[in-house]
Every structure is written in structure tokens, then in C-alpha cells.
Design a protein around this ligand. Structure first.
Ligand code: SF4
Ligand code: SF4
Length: 239
């Protein structure tokens, strides 16, 4: 969530209190350009010179890979500089992070970001380009396992990335009417009349058509926490 703040000398904890934000619910705060700084709860009590008007908060359900992507995209948008290391480097970073957040991350993406960011920090002519590089390095240090899980485990631990959400059919609600099966263009739903239908996760493209089609509210979209469903269709229990 974005907040407007005053420039001042304070602590993150004091600022959050002023804004009425419960610090216990947060996993990070981002101070916008020119500070360009992630602060994690262990450091909320430290004094800092606030030189930006923009503060963003991230809770347990926010994905930090996606947060980093958003921050980098905003830094790119906010400058007209076209220097090679700031502009082109920023493009590379945003492309890599975009892939990471949409299930297309490759094993060497993190190493690439770690190689590219220090060069950008040293060579970019614009402050935004250097800030972007610094944000990348900070995020990799602070949220490395969460970001890497998108590549190594093909999962989004917070459940915040839309591309990693999965669709499931609840046994307790499904009547076996077949409307979801008809709506699925990917043949990713198994079932027949009076049987609880099941989504085949290997074929599902996360289009959401089944969720729209189900008149019983039996289809759910899940983040990190998945509901228990049978591996194959079973007779309906619902009367
Ligand atoms: S989300 Fe789309 S592809 Fe996946 S099961 Fe539902 S209709 Fe099929
Ligand atoms: S999930 Fe919904 S639409 Fe699909 S068979 Fe069950 S009740 Fe019908």
C-alpha cells in the first residue's frame, strides 16, 4: 500500500504509527526515490533521514519479487535518462524480474541480477538507474529465498503473484454439473455427471473461466495455501 509522507528525521516505526499502520502486520517498507530503500521490521526502530514523500508497505500476502518489479518499473518510468547502464540495464532488470514473476524465471537469473546491479551502480549516469540497482541488491539480500523460490520451486511463497495462483474445486460444494468442464478450453478439468470435478494442474493455464462458470462457488483460486482436493473425480457428497 502506498502512503504520502513528510520529509523528516525519524524512525520507520514512528512514521508507521503516524500513518496508523500496524507495524506488526508488515514484512517490509519501501521508501521511494531518492532514498530508494527497503526497511525490514528488525530495523523499524533505527533513526533515518527521510528524503522522500513516498512510502509503501508490504504485508505477509505481498510478494517481494513482485514488489521489487513494481519498484524497478516505477524508477524506470520516473526518469527520462537514456544512458546505457541506467536505461538499458534497467530494462534488463525489469525483463528478468517480469519473467521471474510469471513462471518463466531461469536458474541463472539471480546470478545475472547480482552481476548486473553493481555495474549499473557504478556506471549509470542517472540517480534513478543507480537507485534501481541498489534496490535489486537490497531485495536479493533481504528477500533472496522468497525471490528464488519463484525459480527453483516454481512457487510464490506469499501467494501474491497472479501467475502462481492455482484453481481448485471444493469437494464440499461441487454438484458435478459439468459447467466448469465445458468452460475450460485447456481440457484441464476431469469429471463426469454427479462426480466432483478435479483440476489437472499440469494442464491448467490459470485463465479463471471455471471460476466464472461455476454456479455453486465450488471453484477457488489459491495462493500459497492450497485446499485439499482428490487426485481424481469422486462421487458427489452434496445432496
Ligand atoms: S483456470 Fe482455466 S485452464 Fe484452469 S481449469 Fe479453470 S478453466 Fe481450465
Ligand atoms: S465445480 Fe462447479 S461447475 Fe464444476 S462441476 Fe462442480 S459445481 Fe459444476
Amino acid at each position: 500500500m502506498k502512503h504520502e509522507i513528510q520529509k523528516q528525521s525519524t524512525t520507520t516505526a514512528a512514521l508507521l504509527k503516524e500513518l496508523g499502520v500496524d507495524a506488526a502486520e508488515l514484512k517490509a517498507v519501501w521508501f521511494g526515490y531518492p532514498m530508494a530503500q527497503f526497511v525490514v521490521p528488525e530495523r523499524f526502530g533505527e533513526e533515518l533521514e527521510v528524503t522522500t514523500c513516498e512510502l509503501q508497505t508490504f504485508g505477509p500476502e505481498d510478494c517481494m519479487a513482485h514488489a521489487l518489479l513494481d519498484v524497478c518499473e516505477e524508477l524506470r518510468r520516473s526518469t527520462e535518462c537514456t544512458c546505457t547502464f541506467g536505461h538499458e540495464g534497467g530494462y534488463q532488470v525489469v525483463t528478468i524480474l517480469g519473467d521471474v514473476c510469471s513462471k518463466k524465471g531461469k536458474p541463472d537469473d539471480i546470478a545475472l541480477l547480482r552481476d548486473l546491479a553493481p555495474v549499473m551502480q557504478a556506471q549509470a549516469l542517472c540517480g534513478e538507474g543507480r537507485a534501481l540497482a541498489s534496490a535489486v541488491l537490497q531485495a536479493l539480500d533481504l528477500f533472496g529465498p522468497e525471490i528464488e523460490a519463484h525459480i527453483t520451486k516454481k512457487s510464490c511463497p506469499s501467494g501474491g503473484c497472479p501467475a502462481f495462483k492455482t484453481y481448485h474445486i471444493l469437494v464440499s460444494k461441487c454438484t458435478g454439473c459439468g459447467k466448469c468442464l465445458d468452460a475450460c478450453d485447456d481440457d484441464a478439468i476431469m469429471g463426469k455427471a454427479k462426480f466432483v470435478h478435479v483440476v489437472d494442474q499440469r494442464k491448467c493455464s490459470q485463465c479463471g473461466a471455471c471460476l466464472e462458470a461455476c454456479p455453486e462457488g465450488a471453484v477457488v483460486r489459491a495462493g500459497a495455501k492450497k485446499p485439499k482436493t482428490p487426485p481424481r473425480p469422486i462421487p458427489v457428497r452434496r445432496k
